[in-house]
Every structure is written in C-alpha cells, then in structure tokens.
Design a protein around this ligand. Structure first.
Ligand SMILES: *Cc1c(COP(=O)(O)O)cnc(C)c1O
Ligand SMILES: [Zn+2]
Length: 401
C-alpha cells in the first residue's frame, strides 16, 4: 500500500523498517499506490480533523489522538486591505491541542512509533516539537526525551514539555547541535526519532493542505505563505496539495512561499542563488526562536516544493516580525507567536516588492499560538498602567495618552 523512497536515488525501503534517511544520505518520502486510493469529495464530507483524511495517512492502528487539526481558516479583510490585497486568509495552526501545527505530525508519528513497536520517542526542538512530543508521549503512555537549545526556548513551550513529563535536556548549543545529538542518541539507544526528518511526521502535517482546500470548498488558493525553519512544513503542505490534485479533487497547487528571518535564512539564500542545496549557517539568530535554524534538515525537499510550485522565499527582519505580530493581533484578533507572524511580514514585503499580484488569493499559515511566548509579549508591549484603586485614577488613566 505504501513504502519509503529516497528523493535522490529512489532506493526503496519497506514501511516496517525503522529508517529516517537513505544510505546515500537522501531524505525519504512516503510513497503510496494511488491506484489503491479511491477517494472523492463525497467521501470527505464532515467535520475537519487530521484523521478525517485517514485514507491518505500511513497508519493501521487506532490513532493516539487529542483531536488535532480542524483549525480555523479566517478571512482577514482588514489585514488584506492593509497589505494591499483582496483575498487573504489565515490558517491558524495555533489552535491545535498544544498550540502549534506540530500536533498533526505527532499524532501520526507517535501512532507510528507504537505500530513499529518502539518503546521511547525522542526529538530535538526549538520548543514546539518538544511540547507536542511530551503531550503525545503521555497520551500514548511511553517516555519522551527532548533536547532543547539552552536559554533559547520560549517559556510556554518549556512549561508544556516539563508538565507533560518528558525528560527535558537543555543543550549548551543551538538547535542544529541538538538535532545532531538526538539523531546519534536514537541510533545508539533505539529511540524513535520524531523530528521532521522522520517522513511519517510530515504525512500528518500534509493535512494542513487538505483542510485548507476543504475549507475553501475544494479549491486551492493561488499562494501559500508560511515560516520556514527546519523546512518540513512547507514540504508537507506542498505534498498535501499535490496529492489532492493527483486524486482529481483540486485543479491546481498553490505557489509555495517560504519566509525566514534575516538572521537564519539558508533556504532564501539558496533560492536567490539558484542553488540545488543550502549552505548551512553556523550562528542563526532571530527573535522568532521557532525558526532559529541554520541547517534545515528538509532543505532539499523544501527547495523542490518552492521551485516546482513557482513560489519563492523571502526574509523578514525581527522588527518586521514583531510589527506583523502586533498588526495581526490588533487588526484581526488573531494571536500568534513571532515565528508565525513572519508569514504576515513576508506577505507585506512581497506585495510591496511586486512579487505577489494584487488579485492573488493567499493563505498565510500561522504556525503557533501567542501564549507560547508571553515573555516576548511583555518585552515588546507597553506595560500595564498601575494606579490607585479610585474611580478618579481609573478615569484619568483611561483618557490619558
Ligand atoms: C516548527 C515551527 C516552525 C517551523 O516549521 P518547519 O517545519 O521546521 O519549517 C515555524 N513556526 C512555529 C511556531 C513552529 O513551531
Ligand atoms: Zn538515496
């Protein structure tokens, strides 16, 4: 029904094998026998969730689930007007059980871990992956080990990993160092690796594309804009749209548009230089910690997604990220973490540059919830006004500016 296949040399691996990359070093993809999958719009009537699209997911057993997916797609006319477009939507992935899209990958990935008989799950994380793995590990009743870059994880995410009982290791190094270490650890100890190099995790995340098309009445938008860190999500969403097209459910695939922070932008550089591969950055830096990654493991897949779909990649400064976060929150009532706001900052920049046509329909994916990173909020917003407990003081404070 499905197998794993190297995207470079097309070497095949059985679905029952525990393998993350090809012997040639290439990334793996889950390949289905699509002639086996008869699915039409009619089969897809009903409420949204990751498991609604089970016919297109590589899992046999009962899922480990907390009702992930089914996130809102908001039409945002005030924001659209502000950036100079007509048709803009936000797919708010912060509305997943742990507050980020990582849950879509983890419900599938942790279910797969049990199916493969794995006893412990592990990941490196800028924060959200660890929060999600801790939660799904707890839900599955198996231990989770998470490696985090010391001092660079937003408090809300760390709190989740701790409270849900993961073994939390704080690495004196950055995310890229932590990922290298956890891959080594998983090889040595037989732990199941649930970073986005794991192709099963991306299968869960491709349901973002299914839901967007579903919510738009089985149509694809012209363009998708989203933050790129380890570059798994842009890959997964592209695959989701391609599958729907292949099954005859939609007619077109959106232009995949990846946004990175100026201080961590290897994918953008590769696109600008027409390079087939990225050049890793040794010291990634940005306020958007979820995309503070210098050596994205899925870069090859992401470059293919961007180029094949006719999309692009662009950077935003930390200032633009924070401005976009404020704007989305105050103009539309949608609270997202800094990395997520980079998609809005990037949208504005690309419209200003003339790289996005005024009549394009655009969906921005906001990847994580505002409450993940309250410390950052306190740092960039005005402080509460402390006053005496009298009506005079309240009135003075309300009307002063
Ligand atoms: C993980 C994450 C990203 C980056 O996604 P990739 O698949 O690594 O590119 C962006 N934003 C948030 C909030 C995340 O948690
Ligand atoms: Zn290979």
């Amino acid at each position: 029904m499905y197998h794993l296949e190297c995207i470079e040399c097309h070497n095949k691996y059985q679905a029952s094998e525990v393998v993350y990359t090809c012997t040639c070093g290439g990334l793996l993809d889950v390949i289905y026998d699509y002639s086996d999958i008869q699915i039409t719009k009619k089969d897809l009537i009903g409420p949204l969730s990751v498991w609604k699209y089970r016919a297109l997911l590589p899992v046999e057993r009962e899922p480990i689930s907390l009702h992930e997916g089914g996130t809102p797609l908001y039409r945002v006319d005030r924001l659209a007007k502000s950036v100079g477009l007509k048709d803009v939507y936000i797919k708010h992935e912060g509305m997943n059980p742990t507050g980020s899209f990582k849950d879509r990958g983890m419900t599938v990935g942790v279910t797969k871990a049990l199916e493969l008989g794995m006893k412990t799950v592990a990941c490196a994380s800028t924060g959200n992956t660890s929060a999600s793995l801790a939660v799904y590990g707890a839900r599955a009743g198996i231990p989770a080990v998470v490696l985090l870059p010391s001092g660079k994880v937003a408090l809300g995410k760390l709190a989740q990993a701790l409270m849900h009982g993961a073994r939390v290791l704080s690495i004196r190094g950055n995310f890229d160092d932590a990922l290298k270490l956890v891959r080594d650890l998983c090889d040595r100890e037989g732990f199941y690796l649930l970073n986005s190099v794991n192709p099963y995790r991306l299968e869960g995340q491709k349901t973002i594309a299914f839901e967007i098309a579903d919510q738009l009445g089985w149509q694809a938008p012209d363009r998708l804009v989203l933050p790129v860190g380890n570059a798994g999500n842009i890959t997964a969403i592209y695959k989701g749209f391609r599958e729907l097209k292949r099954l005859g459910i939609i007619d077109s695939v959106p232009k995949m548009t990846g946004i990175q922070a100026e201080g961590a932008c290897p994918v953008v550089r590769a696109i600008r230089n027409n390079a087939a591969m990225i050049t890793p950055e040794g010291k990634p830096e940005t306020v958007a910690t979820a995309i503070r990654i210098g050596n994205p493991v899925n870069a090859r897949k992401a470059l293919i997604a961007i180029i094949e779909s006719g999309g692009t990649a662009e950077t935003v400064s930390d200032e633009e990220i924070i401005r976009a976060q404020h704007e989305l929150a105050s103009l539309e009532g949608i609270g997202v973490e800094p990395a997520s706001a980079s998609s809005i900052g990037g949208l504005r920049k690309l419209v200003d540059m003339g790289a996005i046509e005024k009549d394009e329909s655009v969906v921005c994916v906001t990847t994580g919830h505002l409450l993940k990173d309250s410390e950052h909020v306190l740092a960039v917003c005005p402080k509460p006004i402390e006053i005496d407990a009298t009506i005079e003081a309240v009135r003075r404070a309300v009307f002063s500016c």
